[in-house]
Design a binder for this molecule. Structure first.
Ligand SMILES: NC(=O)c1ccc[n+]([C@@H]2O[C@H](COP(=O)([O-])OP(=O)(O)OC[C@H]3O[C@@H](n4cnc5c(N)ncnc54)[C@H](OP(=O)(O)O)[C@@H]3O)[C@@H](O)[C@H]2O)c1
Length: 327
């Protein structure tokens, strides 16, 4: 089967380590299921692996791709919950298992025609959701759901700022927070993406660092250094910033004086549990909210997809079809 495989890492030239090549079809083993992948989607995580961030070189080569929707061996439509681990080791929360791994970290990922995962990681795909939409959910939308509802515990009427509107996680956060009745503000470097954010339910969309009309209760932060100071300044006293990523750099000034004087809460968030993914699906059914899809590419054009992500020109998610014949 054709697979997009990371064979080496380079911070300066990440695409030099990405090859499309034949890989053996994975074999089913006890407790695991074989999934025929219909759709996957690209995440920054795939790029970090190629850049050598958070993925040790001894775990290469590995097939990339953290998101998958497809068919199990019985022909059932499934979505893959991508966090592999032991919920008990995390006190009932698999994302807190110190030994957890995201798909494509220790086990081959979804940029291939077939994928093997623990059967417990499969979630039934509802018929009202397309495979392309389903492939956007496990990482980006699941992360946004946990940030908003589990970590920040937003409720209707809360004021929420989402930084970097065009991102996969950020676009999800805008749509989900708006659907939950929050007053949503967004920032983006791009005028076009700001205009899009308004159509997703944001009350206002400002250039990066722009002054909001009011302070907010919660900031959803995945951009990092480029927006961190602004995120802290925009919070009301006692407000909460939830961080799930640091695309532009992970070591800004912490601004400790502001954090203690304004009594701010700083929370990390990573991935989502299987139950949160199921709850996300219920919310999407109830509200009609669907992922923002920038475009769909065949696996053969995966290098182009990565370049669009590197250039920052995507709005929302890029869906990948591992095999044109399977659509
Ligand atoms: N912890 C987790 O479980 C988890 C899960 C998913 C993602 N993440 C992390 O979260 C981050 C976002 O992921 P993603 O998949 O949403 O990525 P993405 O789709 O590439 O979005 C990143 C967004 O960040 C903004 N951005 C990037 N560089 C910027 C800069 N220099 N200044 C201002 N804004 C900038 C851009 O927004 P505009 O173009 O609109 O300005 C861009 O669209 C990544 O670092 C990823 O690794 C973590």
């Amino acid at each position: 089967m054709l697979a997009a495989t990371a064979i080496s890492q380079s911070a300066a030239d990440p695409l030099s380590g990405l090859v499309l090549r034949d890989a053996p079809k994975p074999e089913a083993r006890p407790g695991w299921s074989l999934v025929r992948v219909v759709a996957s989607s690209l995440n920054m995580h795939d790029l970090w692996t190629l850049r050598g961030v958070g993925h040790p070189p001894e775990r290469l080569p590995i097939i990339l791709g953290c998101d998958a929707a497809g068919y199990n061996e019985n022909g059932d439509e499934v979505i893959v919950h991508p966090v592999l681990g032991d919920p008990e080791a995390g006190g009932g929360d698999v994302t807190l298992d110190p030994d957890r791994a995201l798909l494509s970290e220790r086990h081959d990922g979804a940029f291939a025609e077939y994928l093997a995962v623990p059967t417990g990681n499969l979630v039934p795909k509802p018929s009202w959701l397309s495979f392309d939409e389903a492939a956007c959910l496990p990482v980006a939308w699941g992360t946004a759901y946990r940030m908003l509802f589990t970590q920040a515990r937003i409720t209707a009427g809360d004021r929420v700022l989402v930084q970097g509107a065009g991102g996969g996680v950020a676009s999800a956060a805008i749509r989900l927070a708006a659907a939950a009745g929050a007053v949503v503000y967004a920032t983006s470097r791009s005028e076009d993406k700001r205009a899009e954010a308004l159509t997703w339910g944001a009350r206002a969309a400002l250039p990066t660092g722009g002054r909001l009309p009011e302070r907010v209760d919660v900031v959803i932060e995945t951009v990092g250094e480029a927006t961190w100071a602004h995120s802290l300044k925009c919070l009301r006293p006692g407000g909460t910033v939830v961080i799930a990523g640091a695309t532009s750099g992970a070591a800004p000034s912490a601004d400790l004086n502001r954090i203690f004087y304004q009594q701010l809460r700083v929370m990390g968030s990573t991935g989502c549990t299987r139950s949160e993914l199921v709850a996300l699906l219920r919310m999407m059914e109830a509200t009609g909210v669907r992922p923002v899809i920038d475009r769909t590419l065949p696996l053969e054009e995966i290098h182009k997809g990565f370049q669009l992500m590197i250039d920052g020109s995507l709005t929302g998610k890029l869906v990948v079809h591992p095999s044109a014949s399977q659509q």
